[in-house]
Design a protein around this ligand. Structure first.
Ligand SMILES: O=C(COP(=O)(O)O)[C@H](O)[C@H](O)COP(=O)(O)O
Ligand SMILES: [Mg+2]
Length: 486
């Protein structure tokens, strides 16, 4: 592999016509990234006959200053500085035809505090570029100087726990089911039963907005009545994520304001509303002392395949910058995609002050978070009480465990479903706190707790053996290798 600089200099560089990207200055193997540079790691799969260095240089070019031909107007700018620089290309181990390309971008290329601006460069035109068969954004290093231009999570894990008065255990939630079709009053009944039975939160599903069968105001009114009644009945702080996703920003603000007026401690949005709308809602949430929950609806359309799209670890980083408090981050054991090591990487991005490089979890760079609040990961999608030991082991304590079908589908009713989950969780936390090997003794711990809790007994009988054992499509297909330090 040619690791020499090929950049053409002097008068020749600006001769009109087409010049390879690597000759235009987008391939600089000697470049040492500055502390303030943004670094992107792409997995590139060039078309047959396109060499990897040219492909990497093209990605650097098309995601920064270049077009397909030489333009003399470059000379009116600090072009050497503004050009993104591909500085390292490694073959992906065990994946012939794929390469990791490291590209550094000067901080000046980006507007402070704007995910929209960042993404317009990094995942803009370049993903449709013909010389590439496929392109995947695997990871990014966001420098402190850039991180500090964002607000970060509106509330954060510490303050969320203080507001909820809940410490030392994962939070418990449930998604109201069926996803669509319930009237406001029946919907509120589901919320009340689930909260009264022992959950901390219930939530709207991603596609509940304001449909003919239940307009949003009805939902909010019945849900908050249920929250207030459940709080009075249990003496605990409860919440329900009111989904304020709507067709316009104005509608979302109107819904969020009504939620605040009714005393809700949390509102919810879907990833599909877009980065700018997400940032606006995060600012609103900070101004209004509101926890902001994000459902990642839509992400699998571009995060799931190893060779093309954007890794969810990058989306998680962008969302921490943008100001989300809760983010769906996978369950490992549930019904949706989730390789254990890769998922662990996502959770670390949400919850650590600083992420050290950890290739085995898909973390390619040291990532400082520069005092931005932490995001609470949410585990949701096909989980049930019988998996409590595995969930605690994989996901830790600062997480919302969210059982939709696994609460509402309980044979003895919704309250019983909630109680089964609360008892299973508390039994597991007690075992952990007593120093027991709860992962291996898990089934035994649950069986013992079920002896004095008939809802848990019924949950284990109904779902105890349900598992979703499929091969992951997003586990690394390469053995992690020690990387060269930058
Ligand atoms: O409705 C559910 C889960 O319902 P149930 O608990 O009945 O399966 C959520 O939309 C998924 O969590 C989304 O997936 P993810 O959290 O992975 O984004
Ligand atoms: Mg859902």
């Amino acid at each position: 592999m040619n690791q020499q600089s090929l950049t053409v200099t002097g008068k020749e560089r600006y001769r009109s016509g087409v010049m390879e990207y690597r000759k235009m200055g987008y391939w600089e193997p000697d470049y040492v990234p500055k502390d303030t540079d943004i670094i992107a790691l792409f997995r590139i799969t060039p078309q047959d006959g396109v060499d990897e260095i040219e492909a990497a240089a093209a990605v650097a070019g098309e995601s920064s200053t270049a077009t397909w031909t030489v333009v003399w107007t470059d000379r009116l700018t600090a072009a050497e500085k503004y050009r993104a620089k591909a500085y390292r290309v490694d073959p992906v181990p065990n994946a012939p035809g794929s390469f990791f390309a490291y590209i550094a971008y000067d901080l000046d290329l980006f507007e402070p505090g704007s995910i929209a601006n960042l993404t317009a460069s990094i995942i803009g035109n370049v993903f449709g570029f013909k010389p590439l068969k496929a392109l995947r954004l695997e990871d990014m290093r966001l420098p402190t100087a850039y991180v500090k231009t964002f607000q970060g999570p509106a509330t954060g894990i510490v303050v969320e726990r203080e507001r909820l008065n809940c410490f030392g255990r994962p939070l418990l939630g449930a998604t109201v089911k069926p996803k669509l079709g319930l009237s406001g009053r029946n919907y509120g009944r589901v919320v009340y039963e689930a909260l009264k039975g022992g959950l901390d939160f219930t939530k709207d599903d991603e596609n509940i907005n304001s449909q003919p069968f239940m307009h949003w105001r009805d939902r909010f009114l019945y849900c908050m009545e249920a929250v207030n009644k459940a709080q009075a009945a249990t003496g605990e702080v409860k919440g329900t994520y009111l989904n304020v996703t709507a067709g316009t920003m104005e509608d979302m603000y109107e819904r969020a304001e009504f939620a605040a007026e009714l005393g809700s401690c949390i509102v919810m949005i879907d990833l599909v509303i877009g980065y700018t709308a997400i940032q606006s809602m995060a600012k609103w949430a900070r101004r209004n002392d509101m926890i902001l929950h994000l459902h990642r609806a839509g992400h699998s359309t571009y995060t799931r395949q190893r060779i093309h799209g954007v890794s969810f670890r990058v989306i998680a980083k962008w969302m921490r910058l943008a100001g989300i408090d809760h983010i769906h981050a996978g369950t490992v054991v549930g019904k949706l995609e989730g390789d254990p090591a890769t998922t662990r990487g996502y959770y670390d991005i949400c919850r650590e002050d600083h992420n050290p490089q950890k290739l085995e979890h898909g973390i390619f760079f040291d990532q400082p978070w520069a005092s931005l609040n932490k995001m609470m990961p949410v585990a949701s999608g096909g989980i049930h009480a019988g998996q409590m030991h595995q969930l605690l082991d994989h996901l830790g304590e600062d997480v919302v465990l969210q059982f939709g079908g696994g609460t509402i589908g309980h044979p003895m009713g919704i309250q019983a479903g909630a109680t089964a989950n609360r008892v299973a969780l508390e039994a597991m936390i007690m075992a952990r706190n007593e120093g027991r090997d709860y992962l291996h003794e898990g089934p035994e711990i649950l069986a013992k707790a079920a002896q004095s809790c008939s809802p848990l007994k019924a949950a284990l009988e109904t779902w105890g053996n349900v598992a979703f054992n499929y091969e992951s499509t997003d586990a690394p297909d390469f053995a992690p290798v020690a990387s060269v330090s930058m």
